[in-house]
Design a protein. Structure first.
Lengths: 267, 734
């Protein structure tokens, strides 16, 4: 594992990494197959990082929010290969970034999306990089109060992510040779994931809202609203949003979906 | 690939010959082609939408492993430019690139990956130029082409820069006043054909300087006639053979890899295969023209149209392709299938550095139908009339005169399709709770009924069948009758998935009164041109040609007794150009015939989220006579889905002329969940001048469904929705 970093990359299902390698957005001299070293499978409220989304969506023990988030991600073929660890670490879908525009996330000094087309982009924390995090799974796990165990440490899922700045353009706080091994969640009384898309299935979230009810209240996790998976303490926090002209509708979506998600879990 | 036939005569429901193999994976598509010793071709494309080429350095690429050839425009032995109608497009960029993805150089290598690696080693020095991306501004900017390629072809002389074609149709007194007037501005994004089989083919040198090209295309002979001059060869030394086509929808009318693969094959003296990947396919073919349309409709107090004015601006992108005909079609059908005494239609197509546009199912009529039907609903609203009633009052009928001065002398049952579609019972509101997939938002589980409103939309559209404006449009067929009574039919009509193979076989079986008929492989080597599998013409034209050839073969056998082999050419009635000043037909007709469709759509919209569900579609379509009713229904459903895609989600996004969503992850097309059941009524009113009375059926559903779906969304939301695709943000719209 010490070999990771230095031009060596870990490959799990490869569904995100391989296209990035092909498009020259990620460079690697060597790939290490993580499937042999990363635990996989479900054990109570612990999920091996190598568990595929297909396994998760089919397991009745998994809370509804996470099962639904997995079921609604990507397509069956991708879910058969894609792992939960890889999902949490998937790169942004911002197509300026995917087309290799020299934007801030690529180390440049402008965010092309802010000035240009940004319909799919963020309504929170979007002043530096306006990308919107695509992971449905991360939104669900935020609502489920998940913690992430790595080869070095364990901590809340929210701590895996960071907002980029001039000193560090990464959206993830993970060492080059650090691997996610397990994810633990808190079992809720009830949970749900609602995902607004441009078509009825097989599309990234415009906005996805996960809600999970615990004794002390409902927790909310959102996809598609900020450069990183976004946690809301309550719907009132939506008033803090800073939508761009083209993303103002997402605030409406988040409001309506938030209300409906909370109602659905009896909150 | 000869095809032996399941039974079936004209008018019977028959199974598609290619249906089972396509379903179980046995069908060989053009991307499955293989030849021993073949090389792989690859295209180096421009990363700029507009740039001057300063220098191309091939040195590193030539020494790259596995490479057999690296070619640029200097290696094109014949004409350096080609084009479906005007030779304005370089085979390989000369000194300038005009669109994102324009081919610059070609590589042939042992392995496709080696070819791609070598392409990365070609160093092209570009001097980027400001791209022309706003079609309105393009009319004032520096011309993109040094020559005015489309000038002097009988079109109106328009001195403005970058005009591909400017057409004005003036009919009656456009200033005539009505009791009410409504106007609006409408816009359509760029739609892609999104066929599943990317461009691909195989070129095989014949060892004598000629070449055989196996390719998925829509018109073998017009490919040959463009390829041969660029290779510097006479047409008979270039043979084009149809390989399995994975969808076309207009996107395979222009050449893609045909000349390129042949150049590489002749250069290396090895077979060369080329297969585009999905991203490359998005830049490898033309798209549906995006449009901005201003319209004003005036009517009298009874709702009879008094005058229609429309200004249509189409963005043709970098090269002409079939834009001049699209410009004319958009104008021809601008008023919809309604009788209008006075009209002023202005249709303009410009060159720009946006993705090149050309033929796509519906061909100009889709754009104006969307605008015109929105206008009809506005008019109904202004008059307090039922939208269906308003349409009935204005419905065109045989004997009526079109704004081009052409009198309709064939079949056109507009009132009947309206009545029949309007009479289809709309499904009842489904009770709640429902499964998520039966609600707006689909699998996303976004509502249990909150925010959901229902709307019903109605639209009518029409379009021409076959080529227009004086084009010499014909189709050949050859029939060999053997002594044992069996027959072999040759016809180059491209099977693009529309089912023309069955049509040919059904006609031959009917005419020859035998089931023992096979269709020979489609090739330019054994039969004359069939014309294009486009413009809803192929069934009519192929049926006409095969019928003629069969009857001639029977007569010949009567005379000679032995085996006979005859070829016949079928032509539809002649058409004439439009007058360049008035837009009036200069003869009896500029279009051959017309087909219409009416469609009723029920949609549900979650108005808080802007998510939609098309619940049901009912349509009545004028089909002339159905050769194979099952295939007609298939065309109606597929065509409707493509129009629904444009209404709800399909749009090529660009930035500075660069395509930013060239993948099926980012360019969304409808899934099975997005498509409702389609109930179709076939109206059989035989076309008097057509064989068996047939009409084409592929385009009318696409023409009308975009308009009809958006009408239903308007009804549900009360919003104007003047631009397609309509997406959640347009409905939530703040
Ligand atoms: C077309 C398409 C549509 C999609 N739609 C959705 C969607 O709607 N919603 C959604 O949530 N997701 C979506 N995805 C993302 C998909 O779910 C992820 O690609 C997948 O889960 C990634 O898992 P993987 O195992 O294939 O990761 P890989 O591609 O193998 O790896 C991704 C990244 O994570 C790193 N990595 C993987 N595992 C570990 C680990 N255990 N520790 C440390 N690093 C690791 C890799 O080095 C790499 O950098 C879509 C993807 C595609 C291609
Ligand atoms: S949103 Fe982020 S990734 Fe996209 S252009 Fe801006 S900085 Fe780059």
């Amino acid at each position: 594992m010490g070999a990771l970093g230095n031009g060596t990359r870990g490959l799990a299902g490869g569904t995100d990494l391989v296209p990035l390698l092909r498009d020259g957005l990620v460079a690697a001299d060597r790939l290490v197959d993580l499937r042999r070293v990363i635990p996989s499978g479900i054990d109570g409220t612990a999920i091996g990082a190598g568990t595929t989304l297909a396994e998760l969506e089919a397991d009745p023990q998994i809370p509804d929010a996470l099962r639904e988030a997995c079921r609604l991600a990507a397509s069956p073929q991708l879910r058969n290969m894609g792992t939960i660890g890889g999902n949490l670490l998937q790169a942004t879908r911002c197509w300026y970034w995917r087309l290799n525009y020299p934007c801030r996330l690529h180390g440049g000094d402008v965010c092309h999306a802010r000035e240009g087309q940004h319909r799919e982009h963020a309504i929170f924390a979007n002043d530096y990089c306006a990308s919107a995090h695509p992971s449905d799974v991360a939104a669900a796990l935020l609502a489920l109060d998940a913690t992430v165990e790595t080869t070095r440490a364990a901590g809340p899922l929210a701590g895996l992510y960071r907002l980029p700045d001039d000193h560090d353009r990464n959206l993830v706080d993970l060492g080059a040779d650090e691997l996610i091994t397990r994810i633990h969640y808190e079992r809720p009384e009830q949970s749900v994931y609602l995902k607004a898309m441009d078509r009825k299935r097989w599309a990234f979230a415009l906005v996805g809202v996960a809600a999970a009810r615990y004794d002390d209240g409902v927790r909310l996790g959102l996809a598609g609203v900020a450069p990183i998976p976004w946690r809301l303490a309550s719907l009132d926090d939506l008033e803090q949003a800073t939508p761009l002209p083209g993303t103002a509708y997402k605030l409406e979506l988040a409001r309506a979906l938030g209300r409906r998600a909370i109602a659905a879990v009896g909150g | 690939m000869s095809t032996t036939l399941p039974l079936g005569r004209v008018g019977e429901r028959v199974k598609r010959v290619d249906g089972i193999p396509k379903t179980n994976g046995e069908f060989a598509y053009s991307s499955d082609l293989f030849a021993a010793g073949m090389l792989w071709g690859h295209t180096l494309r421009s990363p700029h939408s507009h740039a001057r080429i300063v220098e191309i350095d091939l040195a590193d690429a030539l020494t790259s492993p596995g490479v057999h050839a690296v070619l640029t425009h200097e290696d094109v032995p014949g004409q350096k430019r080609y084009g479906l109608e005007f030779p304005d497009q370089p085979v390989l960029a000369l000194d300038r690139v005009r669109y994102f993805g324009e081919p610059v150089a070609l590589i042939a290598a042992e392995h496709p990956e080696q070819a791609r690696r070598a392409a990365e080693r070609i160093r092209v020095a570009y001097e980027p130029l400001e791209p022309l991306v706003d079609p309105e501004r393009a009319l004032e900017q520096e011309p993109l082409h040094d020559e005015r390629w489309t000038h002097g072809h009988g079109y109106r002389d328009d001195p403005r820069p970058n005009v591909v074609r400017h057409l004005v149709i003036r009919h009656g007194d456009p200033d005539a006043e009505g009791a009410v007037s409504v106007s609006g501005v409408y816009e359509l994004g760029i739609q892609d054909q999104a066929f599943l089989g990317p461009e691909s083919g195989l070129a095989v040198p014949d060892g004598e300087g000629g070449v055989d090209i196996y390719v998925a295309t829509q018109w073998l002979h017009v490919d040959r006639d463009q390829v041969a001059p660029c290779l510097g060869l006479p047409p008979e030394r270039v043979r084009i053979h149809l390989a399995g086509v994975g969808g076309a929808f207009g996107g395979r009318e222009d050449l893609s890899m045909q000349i390129h693969s042949a150049l590489l094959a002749l250069h290396t003296e090895r077979p060369v295969k080329m297969v585009y990947n999905r991203e490359e396919s998005f830049v490898g073919h033309v798209h549906r023209h995006p449009a901005r349309i201003w319209a004003e409709h005036r009517a009298d107090a009874d709702g009879r149209l008094v005058s229609v004015r429309m200004r249509i601006l189409l963005d043709g992108g970098a090269y002409a392709s079939s834009s001049t005909a699209v410009t004319s079609n958009a104008a021809s059908f601008a008023c919809g299938p309604y009788a209008v005494a006075n009209a002023l239609i202005e249709s303009t197509c410009v060159y720009s550095n946006n993705p090149p546009c050309g033929a796509m199912r519906g061909f100009g009529a889709v754009q104006t139908c969307f605008a015109s039907e929105a206008q009809m609903d506005k008019l109904a609203d202004a008059l307090g009339l039922d939208p269906v009633e308003l349409r009935l009052r204005n419905a065109l009928a045989p004997g009526d005169v079109l704004p081009t001065g052409q009198r309709i002398d064939g079949s056109l049952p507009v009132a009947e399709v309206i009545r029949r579609a309007a009479a289809l019972p709309v499904p009842e509101l489904e009770p709640l709770p429902r499964e998520a997939i039966r609600l707006p938002g689909g699998a996303g589980n976004t509502t249990r009924g909150e925010g959901v409103r229902r709307g019903v939309g109605f639209a009518v559209g029409f379009k021409n069948i076959a080529y227009s404006e004086g084009f010499d449009d014909y189709c050949a067929a050859r029939v060999r009758l053997r002594e044992d009574g069996s027959a072999e039919v040759h016809c180059a009509a491209a099977e693009v998935g529309q089912g023309v193979t069955n049509v040919i076989l059904q006609v031959a079986r009917t005419e020859l009164a035998t089931d023992d008929v096979v269709l020979a492989p489609h090739t330019t080597a054994s039969v004359d041109s069939s014309g294009s599998a486009s413009a809803s013409r192929m069934t009519w034209m192929a049926a006409g040609a095969v019928q003629l050839a069969c009857r001639a073969a029977l007569e010949e056998r009567e005379r000679t007794g032995g085996e006979v082999d005859v070829e016949r050419i079928y032509r539809h009635v002649r058409t004439s150009p439009l007058d360049p000043e008035t837009g009036q037909t200069t003869g009896e007709r500029s279009h051959v015939a017309f087909a219409c469709a009416a469609m009723r759509v029920v949609a549900e919209v979650d108005v808080e989220l802007g998510l939609t569900r098309v619940v049901w579609i009912g349509t009545a379509q004028d089909v002339g006579a159905a050769v194979n009713p099952q295939a007609v229904e298939g065309q109606i459903e597929g065509g409707t889905a493509q129009g629904l895609g444009l209404a709800l989600m399909e749009e090529i996004q660009t930035q500075g002329g660069l395509i930013t969503n060239a993948s099926f992850t980012d360019y969304l097309i409808p899934t099975a969940l997005d498509m409702p059941p389609v109930e179709s009524v076939l109206i059989e009113d035989p076309e008097p001048s057509a064989p068996y009375g047939v009409k084409g059926v592929g385009e009318p559903p696409t023409v009308v469904s975009t308009a009809a779906v958006v009408a239903a969304l308007r009804d549900a939301t009360g919003r104007e929705l003047t631009r397609v695709p309509v997406r959640p943000d347009d409905i939530v719209g703040l």
